[in-house]
Design a protein around this ligand. Structure first.
Ligand code: FMN
Ligand code: MN
Length: 491
């Protein structure tokens, strides 16, 4: 059974010893970051701060703050309700494998599958817990325990929202996780980067010239799968709430907003309704980002809040990014496992793929391929740079199928042995992540591919390629037998 809401997941975390309540007052300004950073890096539990406070503002907040809920592989698996993430990859593969049926029998066989998918569409319901309190007049963002994450940040930031918009062009919904800097009690920044769904909707507002404002709804806190869906780089116009329904095998229930023409999860903890305005673009940042560096001040639209609805006793959910690994590494890992089948659909020779934490998603990707023709590794790099979800990848290392890309040490060892740098490195130019601080221009720069596969004679390599050193299996078996009895002081 899928989790109904955030507190359902919190209850499970607590039952399984994966959640620690912090009853003491802890400051939302920097202190929660320092505490969480240490806990996350030590592989510790989710944290529920019951009395977040701010010494600077002289307040203790009425609502608790939840953080690090996805901060380990185990909790990520619990969130997705699987025993291993391989199950999620497999479910994704099955979805993609559905072919159009040929004969009548085939059509009949497909029926249960189709009705299954139909049943995952979001369901609009009349009301839900998020409507327990509706504040149209007397509302303020100052009541939320929003964190000041790092010393040089430009202010407090809402870090784990689901930002809902509707395309002015197609009418389709998008949900994205974009941080929001709190400017005052009723205004925030809206940090959707130039390549993201929300930014594309905003551009269409301008192109159409029909109005200056676009409705936006921000849901804070829902069942963990729906929250994760906001992080997924789904193809444009594919509704993240529909995808969440597929992943949790149960539709997401939505309710209509009070003041804007959008729907939000009925089970959310808190919802901010409002709009962005083509005529109100403001400086946003700096912000200590997931690269481990500050992203500098830049211009983004301001979000004006027109109404807040929430549960009677809401939980405010947050996350903090910074030098990896942080909680968002595990979110990225979920993306990796879900997108592998999608990548394989387009580049079937890919055996496995991994983005190690130090590469902060877009800086480094290891790809293992089954090499079949000369120059194959370069074809794969170019294919990856053309994929919407992977186009920013700064460095792609392509290895042969027998390299375990989940093991960074193995990749470094084999790749560095196998390359002749001048011959095997390829540069290209293209769009880069907006967080990229070293590129020659914002959003535009170079990328590098390393062909670390074995080189073939048909690629002009005439020298013999040596074998990897492997012990004779008979000797290994013999040593296995005598190992325990010899007491060599190692396990
Ligand atoms: C914790 C966290 C914070 C994020 N903050 C931002 C952000 O401020 N701006 C942004 O454009 N993307 C941010 N992202 C990445 C987007 O959520 C991600 O690219 C997502 O696919 C966007 O959805 P979209 O493709 O529907 O726009 C963040 C991701 C995580 C996990
Ligand atoms: Mn999207």
């Amino acid at each position: 059974m899928a989790y109904t809401d955030l507190r359902d997941f919190v209850a499970r975390l607590e039952r399984e010893g994966e959640l620690k309540r912090v009853a003491a007052e802890v400051d939302v300004d920097l202190e929660i970051t320092e505490l969480t950073d240490r806990v996350t890096k030590a592989g510790g539990p989710a944290l529920l701060f019951e009395r977040p406070c701010s010494a600077r503002d002289g307040v203790t907040y009425a609502m608790p703050l939840l953080i690090n809920m996805l901060g380990t592989k185990r909790r990520l698996e619990m969130a997705l309700d699987v025993t291993s993430l391989g199950e999620v990859t497999q479910r994704m593969e099955e979805l993609l494998e559905m072919k159009p049926p040929e004969g009548l029998i085939e059509k009949l066989k497909l029926l249960p599958k189709l009705s299954e998918i139909g049943s995952f569409f979001p369901k609009t319901v009349r009301s839900g817990p998020v409507k327990e309190v509706i504040e149209r007049e007397n509302f303020s963002l100052a009541r939320l325990p929003v964190m000041w994450c790092w010393p040089q940040d430009g202010g407090r930031f809402i870090t784990f929202p689901m930002v809902v918009t509707r395309s002015p062009r197609s009418g389709r919904r998008n949900v994205g996780c974009y941080r929001m800097q709190v400017y005052d009690e009723r205004t925030t920044g809206m940090h959707w980067q130039v390549h993201k769904g929300g930014a594309e909707h905003f551009r269409w507002l301008e192109r159409q010239g029909k109005g200056r404002r676009m409705d936006v709804a921000v849901a804070l806190g829902a069942d963990p799968v729906t929250m994760l869906a906001g992080v997924l780089p789904l193809p444009e116009d594919l509704d993240e709430f529909l995808f969440a329904g597929f992943l949790r095998q149960q539709p997401v229930e939505l309710v209509k907003c009070e003041t804007v023409d959008l729907e939000v999860p009925a089970q959310s903890e808190i919802v901010l309704e409002g709009y962005v305005d083509l005529d109100d673009i403001r400086p946003e940042g700096p912000f200590g980002d997931h690269t481990g560096y500050y992203s500098l001040t830049d211009n983004f639209p301001a979000f004006h809040v027109t109404c807040i609805t929430h549960r009677r006793d809401p939980i405010y959910v947050s996350t903090v990014v910074g030098r990896p690994p942080m909680e968002d590494y595990w979110m990225g890992y979920a993306v990796e496992r879900l997108f592998l089948p999608l990548m394989r659909k387009q580049i079937p020779e890919i055996v496995d793929m991994h983005m190690p934490p130090e590469g902060v998603f877009h800086n480094l990707m290891f790809v293992a391929i089954r090499k079949s023709y000369p120059g194959h590794a370069r074809k794969v790099m170019n294919g990856i740079w053309g994929l919407p979800g992977a186009m920013f990848t700064k460095c792609i290392v392509v290895v042969d199928h027998d390299v375990n890309v989940q093991d960074s040490g193995e990749v470094a060892w084999k790749a560095l042995n196998h390359i002749d740098p001048e011959r095997d490195i390829q540069f290209t130019l293209g769009p880069v992540d907006q967080l990229e601080h070293a590129s020659r221009l914002p959003n535009f720069g170079s990328k590098m591919g390393i062909d670390a596969t074995r080189k073939w004679p048909t690629e002009g390599f005439a020298r013999p390629w040596p074998d990897e050193i492997v012990m004779d299996p008979r000797v290994k078996r013999k040593v296995d037998e005598i190992w325990a009895s010899r007491g060599l002081g190692v396990k």
